[in-house]
Design a protein around this ligand. Structure first.
Ligand code: MSP
Length: 661
């Protein structure tokens, strides 16, 4: 019986369109899943979308949609994108699916029956953006994770006895394989060592969630609901025998991949829920770092996302997959730039693997009529060196890959590509091809066989990372379907003599300089107006929209106007910015969240007169830094002669977050 392998990505929130930060987690998992399949493991790879909770409910309201409509749209974008990226997930779970709802209730019931859930009252701070209870915070305090202002929650809830699991969790962390890398393990262990408080696992003040069994006025806390997906998708809690069997087969998960900001949920709450339910624990939780763009974490709220589609349109899925795994040291943060992407694409793919394939195969076509020639195994040191290098590469690649060191594994494989390139240059097969004597011909056969065999090995190793291009090279090598490759048995010398090459075609056409520009322009044009806490004021006139000049201004269309997202905001906090006469720092509730905005109105308004006032905010400007602080939006004011701003307001009462159209 083959070994099973169950791997999961986190499920993605549907409040934001997918970007390459999300793609990064998914690509890493897909690569592992594909490799496991080629190694013969019965693999199940799960991803999906996280669709409940207050954050989604508010985002949907702000977009004028029902939460379900909103979730349907964005969840489908994720699915379509994963298809284009050649993600080979075996299932895609949505937390609004009936199967998930029923089975999550079953998990809740089981934990309650086991005595780990009780009713109590929660009073404290909550961060809606992270859907996180912030222990020890006071009203007005920011969330330690995202910096947004927390909201005060006072509710009667069900609590999970997290405190009962402190010792068991610490015992669990003693296993060095459970949380990787080690830095994350240490962080989690010290968090748990400092003491655990019971966790509120239901909410009663909104309804977009899974009803608590036998108490439908409460909904299950979105993180309990979301984490349960890893069980429900493979059949936990189902009464169908097929589903039960799948669950028995695949659980516990072998690898659960996550980003570093959700370590606490996966390494503290998740194993505690499982222990409380009496279920086995996953074998490994593996945390990666963040993809940064313009020096900060790529995220919708910062307005610095790069859309995956742009890269797919210009360079294709394989280029993105390779770049992210090669460029970012797994576990650490890594910067993304279009320049680096194109540079890496050209050096490693167009000039590297692609060039090796085309020159080797073209010469076999020309000199040997498209049939892999016989290698005389001359035992020449240069030939042996390549065979040895290939042998080492297979071994090292496996070790590094199994340790999630994708970047080093690929680097290693590309040293083989470089070595073969050098070997070809030094052995000048084109010169040998001009000679007709037997020795030259036999030498030519050996050189081209050696090059083709090394190409085959590099292609096989790179397949899980770049499924499309490598499948193509495989066919050009005349080897048929690469999915049939038994990766575990890969070794030097398996390329059969006489193999008839397939149709030769370029796999990675060189990208010219305009590729960077094209991608940048596509991003600028397509940049989706960030629905949330983006953007700042222009540097000179901070955060007050300038009044356009009277009749001289150019006419704009209604569509142009529609691009400006004007919303009603409520000033929660206002204070002077130290060492500035003009600037006030405001925290403004815009319905979906609380924004920090820096406004140049200090000469016209005393901060205390603004708290509780409703203002109009331009919600979709790109964020800017002023005096080292981020300003996420601009408030609208009339500008009188002499420059004194007068804030726009309303005579009737208007709800916070309402859009002006
Ligand atoms: N819904 C939760 C996860 C629930 S799992 C039971 C969530 N969703 S998320 O959409 O915000 O993030 C999903 C994954 O995408 C996380 O692993 C996160 O780290 C990853 N990334 C989102 N932005 C990222 C970057 N800029 N860089 C790298 N990964 C990023 O959290």
């Amino acid at each position: 019986m083959s070994k099973k392998f169950y791997i999961t990505t986190p499920i993605y929130y549907v409040n934001a369109r997918p970007h390459i930060g999300h793609a990064y987690t998914t690509i890493a998992c897909d690569t592992i899943a594909r490799r496991q399949r080629l190694l013969g493991a019965d693999t199940f790879f799960l991803t999906g979308t996280d669709e409940h909770g207050q954050k989604i409910e508010r985002a949907a309201a702000a977009a004028g949609k029902t939460p379900q409509q909103y979730a349907d749209e964005i969840s489908s974008e994720f699915r379509q994108l994963w298809k284009r990226m050649k993600i080979s997930n075996d299932d895609f779970i949505r937390t609004t699916e009936e199967r998930h709802i029923k089975r999550t209730q079953e998990l809740f019931r089981r934990i309650r029956d086991n005595g780990f859930i009780y009713k109590g009252t929660y009073t404290g701070q909550y961060c809606v953006s992270d859907e996180l209870y912030v222990d020890g915070a006071q009203p007005g305090d920011p969330c330690p994770t995202c910096g947004r202002i927390t909201e005060t929650v006072h509710e009667e809830n069900y609590f999970f006895k997290l405190s009962a699991f402190q010792d068991k969790l610490l015992e669990l962390y003693a296993n060095p394989d459970f949380i990787r890398p080690e830095t994350r393990r240490n962080e989690v262990a010290s968090f748990v060592q400092s003491g655990l408080r019971d966790l509120s696992i239901t909410r009663s003040t909104f309804s977009w969630g899974i009803p608590v069994p036998d108490d439908p006025k409460q909904v299950i806390y979105v993180w309990f609901d979301a984490l349960a997906n890893y069980l429900t998708a493979i059949g936990y809690g189902s009464s169908h025998s097929g589903a039960q069997e799948a669950f028995r087969k695949y659980w516990p998960a072998d690898v659960q991949m996550i980003g570093k900001e959700i370590v606490r949920f996966h390494c503290v709450y998740w194993p505690a829920f499982l222990m409380a339910a009496g279920l086995p624990l996953p074998n490994a939780i593996v945390a990666h770092g963040w993809l940064l763009f313009e020096e900060s974490k790529m995220s919708k709220s910062r307005g610095n996302i790069v859309r995956t589609e742009t890269i797919l349109d210009v360079l294709g899925a394989d280029a993105l997959r390779y770049f992210l795994l090669r460029e970012v040291v797994f576990g650490q943060d890594g910067s993304f730039s279009f320049d680096a992407l194109v540079q890496r694409y050209n050096s490693d793919l167009a000039n590297g693997l692609g060039n090796l394939a085309s020159r080797t195969l073209t010469m076999i076509n020309r000199y040997f009529n498209g049939e892999v020639p016989y290698s005389s195994h001359s035992g020449k040191p240069a030939d042996d060196a390549i065979a040895q290098a290939a042998h080492r590469t297979i071994r090292e690649f496996r070790t590094l890959f199994d340790q999630f060191q994708f970047s080093r594994a690929l680097e290693y494989a590309w040293t083989l590509v470089a070595a073969v390139d050098k070997y070809i240059v030094e052995n000048e097969p084109w010169a040998l091809g001009e000679k007709k004597d037997e020795d030259s011909r036999s030498r030519l056969a050996t050189v081209l066989y050696t090059a083709a065999e090394a190409l085959r090995i590099a292609t096989a190793l790179a397949h899980p990372v770049m499924p499309e291009a490598t499948a193509n090279i495989w066919e050009q090598l005349g080897l048929g379907d690469i999915q049939k490759l038994a990766l575990g048995e890969l070794a030097w010398g398996q390329l059969p003599q006489g193999t008839k090459l397939g149709q030769i075609q370029p796999v990675f056409p060189r990208a010219d300089k305009s590729a960077v520009e094209r991608m940048q322009t596509m991003e600028d044009q397509q940049r989706v107006a960030p629905a949330a806490d983006v953007v700042a004021a222009p540097a000179q006139t901070p955060a007050v929209a300038p009044t356009p000049g009277p009749a001289t201004s150019e006419k704009i269309s209604i569509d142009d106007f529609a691009k400006v997202e004007l919303r009603v905001g409520l000033v929660k906090v206002a204070e002077r910015v130290p060492k500035s006469d003009k600037l006030l720092r405001l925290e403004i509730d815009i319905g979906s969240e609380v924004r920090q905005v820096l406004a140049g109105i200090a000469e016209a308004y005393a901060p205390e007169t603004l708290v509780g006032r409703k203002v109009v905010i331009v919600a979709n400007l790109a964020p800017r830094k002023l005096r080292g602080m981020e300003s996420n939006g601009m408030i609208v004011a009339a500008s009188l002669d002499g420059g004194k701003p007068v804030l726009a307001g309303f005579l009737e009462d208007v709800p916070v977050g309402a859009r002006l159209k």
